[in-house]
Design a protein around this ligand. Structure first.
Ligand code: GLN
Length: 186
């Protein structure tokens, strides 16, 4: 199995380290030619969704990645990556728009927006969650499975082979979410 990690900006190296610790091969996607058919799954990391969206368009990656996700390629989006997947982003145009959820960006405020907590994630168990200027999911369509709720807000959800997380599982030493993605979704 080979997992592609979008590596234009943000916390991609930490995903690579986590996946490699689980024995999974990775390819960093920096340009169009890195995104090939031999990838079994994709990770969209945290960072700044507006910057990533702009670069995806400029590099010609937006349409091929969207098509692969629509065709069923497993994808995990964390934080900004969740924003890229969301069909509705408050006050903005969606990027891939493949996941029928509504997200609110910087939902906890810009300045005091970083915090940690431990919460149950369905299928994974208790998990340490790091939120950094994080979004949360305001609304999901009825066929989206809610996997975690933190302080009354949805922070993890699954729609078929798309996994969206408001927090950063790659910034912990708990591989539980990555293992869930590989074993249950890929
Ligand atoms: N606030 C960022 C955005 O809107 C997301 C932050 C993150 O990925 N840690 O894209």
């Amino acid at each position: 199995m080979r997992i592609g990690i979008l590596a234009l900006q943000g916390a991609f190296a930490e995903h690579r380290d986590m996946l490699e610790s689980l024995g999974t091969d990775c390819t960093e996607i920096r340009q169009r030619k890195d995104f090939r058919e031999n990838l079994d799954a994709l990770i969209l990391p945290g960072g700044e969704s507006t910057v990533m969206k702009k670069l995806l368009g400029e590099l010609g990656l937006l349409n091929p990645i969207r098509k692969s996700i629509e065709d069923g390629m497993p994808v995990m989006g964390t934080c900004a990556g969740l924003i890229l997947l969301a069909e509705n982003v408050d006050g903005g145009e969606p990027c891939f728009g493949t996941m029928p959820v509504t997200v609110r960006r910087n939902a906890y405020g810009r300045q005091l927006g970083s915090f940690q907590t431990v919460e149950e994630v369905k299928g994974v168990g208790q998990f340490p969650m790091n939120f950094i200027r994080a979004p949360y999911i305001e609304k999901v369509r009825e066929d989206v499975e809610i996997l975690a709720v933190t302080e009354g807000n949805i922070t993890a959800a699954r729609y078929g082979s798309q996994l969206g997380l408001a927090f950063h599982p790659e910034l912990t030493d708990d591989p539980g979410i990555h293992r869930y993605f590989i074993e249950e979704i890929c």
